[in-house]
Unconditional design. Structure first.
Length: 641
């Protein structure tokens, strides 16, 4: 669990004291590794289950703090009020370990669902919640704890402006936020593997090597803000959401805080931690307590609080971790690329593939540095995240091999060997790796299913509504125990109550907008309206802020005044500072506003910038879809239309 009691990291004197504590912790850890004090000969596994909280319509439900008081130990907050985390206790890797992980997840998630039900909420497991939209990414949905507000304050201060994200996929997403809430769009299933100090480098490099194929098999995050992007969009989304580098640092290629790394580990854990201190300034600080070197000198085990807090603010996709179990210090590799979902069974199959491959690679090849190029491992990671099971990999000197062939013919059998050597039962290997083999051969992981389902819902005009229906379809399938490669595609029954589908402006508004600048000619406005058969064109300034609205009625009035055909700029006939509405506003309020103000159009604005437009035609289209939907439901029930 993360440290929630943090201090102001912009206090330079306090930063220097904390940095000294980090250096002392590094020296103490070095001494413990050299003296053989780190636990060895024990192989434990653990997991952190992040999740979304959603309402009955599949929309984010910001009720995490209400739930925590009911849930007790093992649960903690995440950055968003609609996120929650369950921490599984560590267990020995051996017979029954994976079955126990599955049972613990089922039990822990059932507790959350039971506690959430009276609040009208439920749990959803997905790398990215398809129904989340810009209206949800506001500071009001930031969990009100010092750690998260300090993180938000630091990143927005250090970036010197909005947090910008650009991700190119099947669609292209470009978004700017004045907060770090894009991070709340991502939830993961983080798997931990305990290793000794002596074997750390070999196991860590193995985890790096297999990350690409594993994320390709497990991908479950293809849609962000109604845009189809990477199969595991969490990877670029998280890397960009907390990128605090200056323009100069980006041009020099300075390391990001979220990264895969730049090379193999040669000898020890200390290389990674020293590199992090050298390349990343202290960002999060807390109380460090007694000197770790003094504690070690008198025979006590130091908690290394400063080092752990700094390490927790550098987000390697495979992160080294230090901890204490029953008074013994230990080291772990935390694997962070795995997404939440689609089901608990799918998640444990992902964990089985990952753990089996790390163990199998280390057992078969030992030092992977002699057989594999690091640049290939990093390139494979990007390819697996971007294309999922449709990726091609560079593997052991081969020019290219497709993900499905590599997984089914080489890696899944290797993972089976690794798990069996660790004492995992044949039944568990068959259950989880057999599922993985069937998933890969079908070509349908969570990401592939979502993209196929989203396409199948193409008759739904609004991307927001389509994403919401997709979320409801996931909710309907997630808890019945069937793995994702056996899921059916959405049907009319997944669409839910019409009241939920058209409750907010973002679900109804048009997002394919034609705009003008204030100095454009009125003739251009007239031509656009004629070509596209629209009656309103928003006017934006150079910074993208809405400054006016041109209407067909204003054009008619201009002609009536005898000014038609003249070179009149748009600014002279637009309605300045038009009445607007936010994407999170209810449709009911928007309709009342249009009626009371006698408006036929409302620009939809978020954070000062145009994100959509709402017109009478949109509500007419909604009425038509509702009428068609009611007729279809009557036909399904066998009732007369």
């Amino acid at each position: 669990m993360g440290e929630h009691d943090v201090l102001d990291s912009l206090d330079e004197e306090r930063r220097r004291r904390f940095s000294r504590a980090v250096l002392d912790d590094l020296r103490a850890l070095d001494q413990m590794c050299t003296a053989g004090l780190i636990e060895r000969g024990v192989r434990r596994i653990g997991a952190e289950q992040e999740m979304f909280l959603v309402d009955r319509s599949g929309r984010p439900a910001p009720v995490a703090l209400d739930l925590l008081s009911k849930l007790g130990e093992g649960y903690t907050t995440e950055i968003g009020r609609f996120n929650l985390e369950l921490n599984l206790p560590p267990s020995l890797l051996g017979p029954g370990a994976l079955r126990s992980m599955e049972a613990a997840l089922d039990t822990g998630l059932a507790r959350v669902r039971t506690a959430a039900a009276p609040l009208g909420a439920d749990v959803l497991l997905a790398g990215i919640l398809p129904s989340i939209d810009l209206a949800d990414l506001v500071v009001e949905n930031l969990t009100p704890l010092p750690r998260y507000h300090e993180l938000n304050h630091l990143i927005t201060t250090l970036t010197g402006g909005p947090v910008r994200t650009l991700i190119q996929g099947r669609d292209n997403l470009q978004v700017s936020l004045d907060n770090v809430m894009l991070e709340a769009c991502n939830t993961s299933f983080q798997v931990h593997l305990q290793v000794s100090a002596e074997e750390f480098a070999r196991f860590y490099n193995a985890a790096q090597l297999v990350a690409g194929p594993v994320v390709a098999a497990a991908a479950n995050s293809p849609i962000l803000l109604q845009h189809r992007l990477w199969h595991e969009t969490r990877i670029p989304s998280f890397e960009q959401s907390i990128d605090i580098r200056s323009v100069a640092n980006r041009q020099r290629g300075t390391w990001q805080r979220v990264s895969f790394g730049e090379g193999w580990v040669n000898d020890s854990l200390l290389e990674l931690l020293q590199e992090q201190v050298a390349r990343h300034r202290v960002m999060m600080m807390g109380e460090t307590g007694e000197s770790s070197l003094e504690m070690l000198a008198r025979g006590d085990v130091p908690p290394l609080r400063a080092l752990c807090l700094h390490n927790g603010s550098v987000y390697r996709w495979n992160r080294p971790c230090y901890g204490i179990t029953e008074g013994r210090p230990h080291l772990r590799i935390e694997h962070r690329p795995l997404p939440s979902g689609p089901t608990v069974l799918d998640e444990v199959a992902n964990a089985a593939l990952l753990l089996g491959l790390i163990l199998g690679v280390e057992r078969t090849w030992g030092d992977v540095r002699t057989r594999f190029n690091f640049s290939d491992a990093r390139g494979n990671f990007v390819a697996g995240a971007r294309y999922g099971l449709f990726a091609s990999f560079h593997w052991e000197g081969e020019e290219a091999i497709d993900a499905r062939t590599l997984l089914t013919q080489r890696l899944i059998p290797l993972a089976r060997e690794g798990l069996r050597e660790a004492g995992v039962t044949q039944e568990e290997c068959d259950r989880y790796l057999g599922l993985m083999d069937a998933r890969v051969r079908s070509g349908r992981n969570g990401a592939a299913w979502m993209l196929e389902a989203y396409q199948a819902l193409g008759d739904i005009r609004s991307p927001t509504v389509r994403s919401q229906v997709l979320t409801r379809a996931i909710m309907a399938r997630q808890w019945i125990g069937v793995p994702v490669h056996e899921w059916t595609l959405p049907t009319m029954s997944d669409e839910g109550r019409w009241q939920e589908r058209y409750r907010r402006v973002s679900q109804v508004m048009s997002t394919d907008i034609y705009t003008l600048g204030p100095d454009d000619l009125v003739d251009v406005a007239a031509a656009v309206m004629h070509w596209k058969r629209i009656r309103h064109v928003p006017v934006e300034d150079a910074a993208g802020r809405l400054v006016g609205l041109v209407s067909y009625r204003a054009l008619v009035r201009l002609v009536g005044e005898g000014r038609g055909g003249q070179r009149v700029p748009v600014r002279e006939m637009m309605t300045p500072d038009p009445v607007t509405v936010s994407p999170g506003e209810s449709c009911r309020n928007a309709i009342h506003l249009m009626h009371d103000r006698r408006l036929s159009c409302l620009p939809v604005v978020h954070d000062g910038r145009l994100v959509g437009i709402l017109s009478e035609r949109d509500f007419l289209q909604v009425a038509l879809e509702l009428f068609d939907g009611m007729l279809a439901q009557e036909d399904e029930r066998g009732e007369p239309a």
